[in-house]
Design a protein around this ligand. Structure first.
Ligand code: ATP
Ligand code: ZN
Ligand code: MG
Length: 293
């Protein structure tokens, strides 16, 4: 493998890549930069696994809104005797999975869900803050550069009052834009919506935009291909309702700032070339916020 080329290596499964060491060093630098941005706020750290209880996403309303993106975990639920008949099918690429049944787990589609679920039943005297990172899965329908099915998302998450969440999101939107600008990525900051599925989709998307719940920071990943590398979101009392937590006597509100680690890395590789060691020192310092790598 060419050590000077940090670009992801295709696996044959669309939207699933392997990552060379030099790409991973860049991802590590992004983590350092995000930690530097977050240094003046008391974020607790939570390592988040790539699966989550199916019930949690049902409660969160994810299934109702994004059934097309969700990856479910199924496993074999038959007898050894039934398996004896199915096993030979695997070698032929046949339907060996006839007896797979859905389990209590699904693949995590965004890093912040476990945080909201962990607040169930609490009255938040102070705003809660967590920094999380997780491998995420989404069954995306297209396979352009940066639209992965398996990807890593770093998130800063907060919960508290409405006023806190709105202020916090505004501050983080500015911080994210400044950081990306410092990395010479020229982000466009835009009101956005989520890919709701089915009958009410257009209405939900219009409401989401009208209330400015979601902002995206959009950057070029390839000539003529612009994608969101990060988003800054408020959810009003959606998760407070779903999981039953309160702040200042009212239903708790939440906000998150999400960084797509592969997308930011791809945008940097597009802007500055395939070998990060050749990038200008000013860019490399901006990525880590001046911290040593
Ligand atoms: P898009 O608009 O590109 O579909 P999204 O609005 O669904 O993305 P969010 O739910 O806000 O994305 O997720 C936070 C961040 O995670 C995004 O800004 C992006 O950087 C990253 N991300 C989301 N989906 C993918 C994906 N399929 N592949 C790689 N990164 C992704
Ligand atoms: Zn989030
Ligand atoms: Mg989007």
């Amino acid at each position: 493998m060419n050590e000077a080329d940090a670009r992801p290596v295709p696996t044959g499964a669309p939207g699933v890549y392997c990552y060379p060491e030099s790409f991973e060093r860049l991802v590590a630098d992004l983590r350092t930069g995000i930690a530097a941005l977050a240094a003046d706020e008391p974020f607790g750290r939570l390592a988040v696994p790539p699966v989550i209880a199916r019930r949690t996403l049902e409660q969160a309303g994810y299934i109702a809104s994004f059934p097309q993106l969700l990856g479910t975990v199924h496993s074999y639920a038959g007898t050894p005797k039934e398996w004896a008949a199915l096993a030979p099918l695997a070698g032929e690429g046949g339907p060996w999975h006839q007896r797979q049944e859905i389990t209590d787990l699904v693949l995590l589609p965004a890093a912040c869900y476990p945080v909201y679920a962990s607040l169930a039943g609490r009255e938040l005297a102070e705003p809660v803050r967590y920094a999380v990172e997780a491998g995420c899965f989404r069954q995306e329908r297209t396979t352009e550069t940066g639209r992965l099915r398996s990807f890593r998302m770093a998130e800063l998450v907060t919960a508290g009052t409405e006023e806190h969440c709105l202020d916090w999101r505004e501050r983080w939107l500015d911080r994210m834009a400044d950081w990306l600008t410092g990395c010479s990525l020229k982000p466009a900051v835009e009101v956005a919506d989520d890919p709701f599925f089915g009958a009410g989709a257009k209405l939900y998307q219009a409401a989401q935009r009208r209330q400015q719940l979601k902002y995206e920071l959009r950057v070029e990943l390839e000539d003529g291909l612009v994608q969101a590398v990060a988003s800054a979101n408020v959810h009003k009392d959606h998760f407070g309702e779903a999981f039953g937590f309160t702040a200042a006597g009212a239903t708790g509100q939440t906000a998150c700032a999400a960084f797509g680690l592969e997308r930011i890395a791809l945008a940097l590789l597009h802007a500055h070339g395939p070998d990060p060691r050749q990038w200008p020192a000013a860019v490399r310092d901006a990525i880590t916020g001046g911290r040593p790598r």
